[in-house]
Ligand binder design. Structure first.
Ligand code: GLN
Length: 550
């Protein structure tokens, strides 16, 4: 976990803050709404950053199960954070740091450490002001140097866990000038049985906010459709905001359309007006249109990629899904990601694997589902199906090669089979003595040297790359030569750590010890993913040609 510096902040630095809270229920997509607003401000020329507040007691997301919370996102500084930070990085096209994720655990741990160190000089240490001060400090530090900082408070207003954060927010509103602070509240506007948009849940949620001293400036209603004019008026009247501060956030087919929808609603213009930014914004004609072009570009054709994992939950592999989508945007094709259950590969899943144009085995921990993943690797290798293995998917490609090409029976990763006769994936000797497993995880951005004239060098168009890591185990150096003699090339290395593998006699068989998906952006697709699609497209074109000739 990165260490935290603590600086004195100046509350009058002049940053602008947009806080985003949620009401009625969670999962309304307030993060995407916030990120979309941020994208539009960035298009208008502002430097935008974001902070995600997670009111749970975990210090960071590193130990959390992807099945409950979705993927653990990794930042360049090695911070293991909530997947929402990934959405902010992708929408705003920025690199954030661990300081941009504030959790209850992190805040309390810090305050308690300070208390133990005697920093509070005999005072009673309390939630107000000590915890709330610490929360405000973190937000202001993360915002420093940026024009606008979006601050999303996770959870729903009224949750016990969120209370200290909302109190900090109340103080924030009090301390900042009016034109530097906006509170946006996102709520659900459901339909009644007879098709009427109902505002009561919104009213109750705003009442809850007001009872803790917070008055929203902007209300966003999540609804299947746009809010009717009468619904907006009703919300405005009961929640005490102008009608033109009530916005709709209807369902859209693709989250990349949310910025376009927010723009159509005029939310960005309203925010700029309220934050006194309108005069500094780029004129309409000079704004960045790249996002719009991408979100509305026409695709030619589609490909199916099998994602072989153990979690039947889109959020568990969200960055991999996104990276495939970005590569699709670059290649102008729709990528259908088909989940294949590595744990119980029934006929349906087996068929999906066989019908796929490309196969991805993503990262993972523990033994569950690894046998199915190894089968998928073998299938891809033996049948010339383009393959990309990420972290565990890289390690299992090594295991599969050891077993089926080198003939090392029972070869495995020491993580999964402690007693394997051939630990081809293992802890490096320097890691053996470290008792605290948590501390040995290799996290964050590290540079890899890429061997010239390899597929990896071609894919990256460079002889180095810097990608993010989150792993503990490595290719065992004792087997390097045996692999290379048998045709498995380690084309990327970082000292004695193997980072990229590839096979010569295969259209595309690539594994990376790192996670390239975390650096993929809609406007800058990740090279190994683009390489995969290039190979898939070349194969499908070749198939089509064969069909025509036959
Ligand atoms: N479990 C493996 C390791 O610790 C791979 C980690 C991953 O896929 N993120 O090295």
């Amino acid at each position: 976990m990165p260490t935290e510096p603590e600086t004195d902040y100046d509350p009058s630095l002049g940053n602008k803050f947009i806080f985003v809270t949620g009401g009625v229920m969670s999962g309304l997509g307030k993060g995407i709404t916030a990120a979309s607003t941020g994208r539009l401000l960035a298009n208008a020329g502002f430097d935008v950053t974001a902070v995600k507040i997670d009111p749970y007691l975990n210090v960071d997301a590193g130990t959390m199960n992807p099945f409950q919370h979705g993927e653990v996102y990794v930042l360049k500084d090695g911070g293991e954070v909530d997947l929402d930070l990934g959405n902010y990085e992708r929408f705003l096209d920025v690199d954030m740091t661990f300081d941009h994720n504030v959790t209850t655990g992190k805040t309390y741990q810090h305050v308690i450490e300070k208390e133990r160190a005697g920093d509070y000089l005999g005072k009673t240490v309390q939630i107000i002001p000590h915890v709330t001060d610490d929360i405000k400090r973190r937000i202001r530090e993360a915002a420093e140097g940026h024009d606008v900082c979006l601050v999303e408070v996770g959870g729903t207003v009224g949750d016990i866990e969120g209370m200290p954060f909302l109190e900090a927010l109340r103080q924030f509103a009090h301390e900042e000038d009016d034109e530097d602070f906006l509170l946006t509240h996102v709520t659900l506007v459901p339909y009644s049985k007879n098709g009427e948009q109902k505002t009561k849940p919104t009213q109750h949620s705003v009442k809850e906010l007001r009872s803790i001293g917070l008055q929203p400036d902007i209300l966003v209603g999540r609804c299947e459709d746009k809010l009717d004019p009468s619904t907006r008026e009703k919300i405005a009247l009961f929640c005490d905001v102008p009608t033109d501060a009530v916005f709709s956030n209807p369902d859209v087919e693709d989250i990349y359309h949310v910025p376009l929808m927010v723009e159509e609603e005029g939310l960005d213009e309203y925010v700029m007006e309220r934050l006194d930014l309108a005069d500094d914004a780029l004129p309409e004609a000079e704004r960045d249109n790249e996002w719009r072009d991408l979100a509305t570009q026409e695709t030619h054709g589609e490909v199916d990629v099998a994602l072989v994992g153990k979690y039947d939950l889109e959020d568990a592999y969200i960055s991999v899904n996104e990276a495939l989508k970005h590569a699709g945007l670059e290649k102008n094709v729709d990528v259908n990601v088909r989940w294949v259950d590595s744990e119980e590969m029934d006929d349906d899943h087996e068929q999906r694997l066989r019908e796929a144009d490309g196969i991805v085995v993503p990262g993972g921990f523990g033994s569950r589902g690894t046998a199915g993943k190894i089968d998928a690797v073998r299938y891809a290798r033996e049948n010339g199906v383009p393959y990309l293995g990420l972290c565990l998917g890289f390690q299992l490609a090594v295991v599969e090669y050891a077993r089926n090409v080198l003939g090392l029976e029972g070869a495995h990763s020491a993580e999964i089979d402690e007693d394997t006769p051939h630990p081809v994936i293992d802890l490096l000797p320097e890691q053996y003595d470290l008792e605290d497993l948590g501390g040995t995880m290799r996290l964050g951005a590290h540079e890899t040297d890429i061997e010239p004239d390899t597929l990896a060098a071609e894919v990256y168009g460079a002889t180095t790359c810097t990608e993010r890591h989150r792993h503990r185990y490595e290719v065992n150096p004792e087997y390097f030569d045996a692999f290379e003699d048998a045709g498995l090339t380690f084309s990327g290395r970082s000292g004695n750590r193997m980072e990229i593998l590839e096979l010569d006699d295969h259209p595309y068989f690539v594994g990376t010890q790192f996670h390239p998906e975390f650096r993929s952006r809609p406007t800058r697709a990740s090279p190994p993913f683009v390489g995969l699609l290039d190979a898939v497209l070349a194969e499908t074109e070749a198939d089509a040609r064969e069909e025509v000739e036959a």
